[in-house]
Design a protein around this ligand. Sequence first.
Ligand SMILES: C[S@@+](CC[C@H](N)C(=O)[O-])C[C@H]1O[C@@H](n2cnc3c(N)ncnc32)[C@H](O)[C@@H]1O
Length: 333
Amino acid sequence: MTSTISQGFEQVYVHPSQFPDKVYQDYLAGFFSKHINHKFHYDSVKQSQKWLRIHEHYSPSRNSDDCVDAYEKCFQKTAEILENNFSLQLIGLGCGGGTKDNLLVSYLWSPERQLVYYPVDVSLSLSLIAAQKVRASYPKISVQPIVCDLPHSDDLILHLNHKKEGEKKIITFFGMIPNFYPDEILPVLNNFLQTGDILLMSANLSPGNDYVQGIQKVLPQYDNELTKDWLITVLMDAGINQEDGTIKFSIEDDKKNQDLKRIHADFEVEKDVSLKLDDQLIQWKNGDKVQLFFSYRYTTHSLEVVLNSYDIKILDYWEAANQEEGIYFCQKV
Ligand SMILES: C[S@@+](CC[C@H](N)C(=O)[O-])C[C@H]1O[C@@H](n2cnc3c(N)ncnc32)[C@H](O)[C@@H]1O
């Protein structure tokens, strides 16, 4: 699977997990079960632009030099380790706007090298933004955007796996692990990795020595008007009104792993809501809670334990000085 732009057209591969029928079934299921899949917060151009604004405003990787420095150290190390590899395959899983992948490419690219970049995201808009960002900086790189729903794309790697002799695979998974249940996403991530492949990932951490206090400290990065405006978009687009309820944030335990907690956002319904989506009637009652979003906060230790159970080893890591984000150089052993 390698192709690139031609005569102003962008060729994008769309995995069946994001074909319209499947997406619509997932969408309806979310409204019926009162659990909105977080992929629906990035679906439209409007939502991805709102998310990019939040990211610019709150993400330590965008507004803390020190956090950027941690990414740069990780990328420098990656470049040193790959010094003698002349053919690289870079797969950006959940690439978002591609800023971090683009920075990584700046460390990896040289005219003597062959580099293929796959920006993979559930959002067409974001996968294109990432593709165009990298192509604008490095026109000689082969870039192939892919749209998929990651937890349902087990076979995607089979299409990317036609590695040439001596080609090295690097997977990036930045900012992704917090938004999935660990036992949902780790088998998927593991499936992308073969022994010796490099995985670069980041996790949102709980800063300080007290895990719960650390999470409370970062709560305002979620519980704010920009984030609420982003999260309510999926409901308003379906016909729900702002006055029908309130978005409330809380800190929740992970039911399967007592060492993990997540920041959780629910839409608490304050008026009975009847909604017709196609011919389906959705009914929410006053007092119902509709799950909109969650974000796990890890510690380097808890992440290590989770990754180890899939034979993924952290070989080095860098925490931002405020300890709110960690960047991990990992390898499948
Ligand atoms: C928190 S952002 C991280 C973006 C980027 N990696 C970064 O660090 O800036 C999460 C990304 O995951 C994507 N995403 C969410 N659900 C997804 C899914 N089910 N499959 C693939 N990508 C998904 C979103 O579109 C978004 O770009």
